[in-house]
Design a protein around this ligand. Structure first.
Ligand SMILES: [Cu+2]
Length: 152
């Protein structure tokens, strides 16, 4: 009897771990706009980033046609639109997939001509936990609480 409860508890914990692990998401920069010189300036990518719920482990996909690049830079490179101190290589072929490693801010610009100054720049920062993770975990907690309260 007691061992059956332990087995069920084990299943629930595995289910919780799977739900949390399975929520890694993919974010296509700019959605249908893609990675390009945005028609109304950098607000396009600010707005896009603001609508996304980034989490560590998620993948950010830059997709473009024509001549563009993805250069990861630090904040001053982002502010100045300079890829001189790019972090790692400058990616010249689409698509480029970037995996969010932590909750640090990540800055990306296009290093071609004045594209960055025209708004081809995006800042991406993951939150502590995505709302999907939180809701999945909450569901499991409720299931556990319901189960254990039924034992009394
Ligand atoms: Cu460009």
């Amino acid at each position: 009897m007691a061992s059956q409860k332990m087995v069920l508890f084990g299943y629930l914990m595995v289910a919780a771990a799977l739900l949390i692990g399975a929520t890694a998401d993919t974010h296509t920069v700019g959605n249908s706009l893609g990675w390009t010189v945005p028609p109304a300036g950098s607000v396009a990518y600010k707005t896009w980033a603001g609508t996304r719920d980034f989490a560590a482990g998620d993948t950010v996909v830059f997709q473009w046609s024509n001549t563009h690049t993805v250069a990861q830079v630090n904040q001053s490179g982002y502010d100045a639109c300079s890829a001189t101190n790019a972090i790692g290589e400058i990616h010249t072929s689409s698509p480029y997939n970037f995996t969010i490693a932590s909750t640090d801010p990540y800055y990306f610009i296009c290093s071609i001509d004045n594209h960055c100054k025209l708004g081809m720049k995006v800042k991406i920062q993951a939150g502590a936990a995505s709302s999907l993770n939180a809701s999945a975990f909450f569901t499991i907690l409720v299931a556990l609480a319901t189960y254990f309260s039924s034992l009394v």
